[in-house]
Design a protein around this ligand. Sequence first.
Ligand code: RAM
Length: 594
Amino acid sequence: MMKPILFSLTLVFTTLACFAQDYYGNNRKQWLQKAEQYKPKLIITEKKPLKVVDIVPDTQSFQKYKAVDVSPIDSLYSMPFRLKKEITIDFGEHLTGYFSFSVRSTGLAADGPLRFKLTFGEVPSEVAVSFDSYKEGLSRAWLQDEVVSVMYVPQTVTLSRRLAFRYVKIELLGSSPYYDFNIHDMKCMAQTSAKNIPEELPQAVDPMIRKIDRVGLNTLKECMQTVYEDGPKRDQRLWIGDLYLEALGNNYSYKQHDLTKRCLYLLAGLSDLNGYLLATVIENPVPRAQDKQFLYEYALLYNVTLKDYLEATGDMETVKDLWPVAKKQLDIVRTNVKANGLMDFEKVKKDWWVFFDWKEDLYKEVPLQGVSIFALKESYKLAQLLGKEKEVADLPALTNKMIKAARKNLYNRKTGLFVGTGDKQISYASQIWMILSGVASKAEGKKALSALTTTQDVCYPGTPYMYHYYIQSLIDCGMNLEAKEALVNYWGGMIAKGADTFWEAYDPTNDFISPYDFYPINSYCHAWSCTPVYFIRKYPAFAGKLSESNYFIYKEIPIKRGRGNPAGNGYPRSERQFYRKYANEYGIDSPPNP
Ligand code: RAM
């Protein structure tokens, strides 16, 4: 009996040893050391609230709530709070940091403790709606409400969790009838690692574009902590897809390339033992990757980020150091491409999270083909920059084969649109990724993107993440005016709804969309939403005066846009009104004749 047991144990151990083999061996330690070395210092700034506000229901406002000014903050500090019971304060801007407040008796000795509930919101609705109906998908603890007991008075209380907010609601849950007290000296020790001051935009840039840029910079600044976080409220961590877009924004604004370097090293150091990257890394208490979080296109976008980093910095040493990681990610494509040059969509879906967008009904076969080709091309460019083409000599032929397969199987010449072999859904994502990958020629891309605006039942983007790629594809097809129009409509639309940082999910037609079925848990300062900064600062097409390009500012745009067209949706009938709002705001008085 003993022998077989021994035999199987030996087998288990050999197998384990086999599995435990680390693809990157000793490199890992040194990569993690580098990541630590480039950890940025946080800049801490003390911020005080500006005013007391009321959050009131309003059907016209974003998510049906708005903040109405009540009084300057000083009025609160002298006010006995016991009978007041509840108050909301406004810091006037989005902050990420540690909140504190003090309590003191108004005269009589404090004979008992106080109990408060504090709720923090990035947007007004978050401090107004109840969190009770949230059914955990993500942790309930992301929602920013805390109960605090203050055991003696006077006292200063600092909440131990880092918060991301503009509004704070304070409710009194328990107090003694024998004394009254004031709340005073509220503050937030706000933190960011963004220390450089981005260049001013040229004078000629239109005020609306300026405003979008400013909000984009703010979004990026708030997400720049000791890594590029996806959102300072949630998930407070590094994701490769977010990193890719944040690094693009950073290259054209703060230019703090060491933060990008740190993130690239961290991801490499914490990659799976099999050499594939895990999509997200959590820094505290010790850096670790989220187990089994294999997200297909994020792993590939690492390579693109590395290439962009090299182009932005010329830092050959780092990129050579990390080249083995990029090289390994290419196997993800190699091992999942079929003999006919199409990606094995069914197989990939089994092994990987294929994301592209928070959009449940999106059919992802075409984008999968597109992003794979895009990544191969960009990785080859990276190899060329490093003089390492020989190590990936199969890529040009493989790429061509995949492009041919896409053209043959995924392109409908009649409609000029790209659709899958399995499902005939027409989506923005499919056209976008066929353009970014170069499968579609410029003319074909233009045709496809234009066709989207007149086609029924189109699957349109659900987040600014996908919208980024939409703007990029418009630019790549030479549709600069449309790109500018789409950018102003979409990100300007968020500003029109009160955004001072850009959001994780945005659909102009639906203020309540949420990837998590509960809009208060959405992140309202989200990294992947910062990319107007990149577009505006990189492409001169965005820098002109809006009034000069009256093509889209004052022209009555024929309402050929239907539902499902994000470039116009939300504003199809009121476009003129929408721009009037801006015109008033920015003092551009009379619309030129269309
Ligand atoms: C969101 C995260 C992050 C993104 C993933 C896929 O939940 O906040 O931004 O990269 O989804």
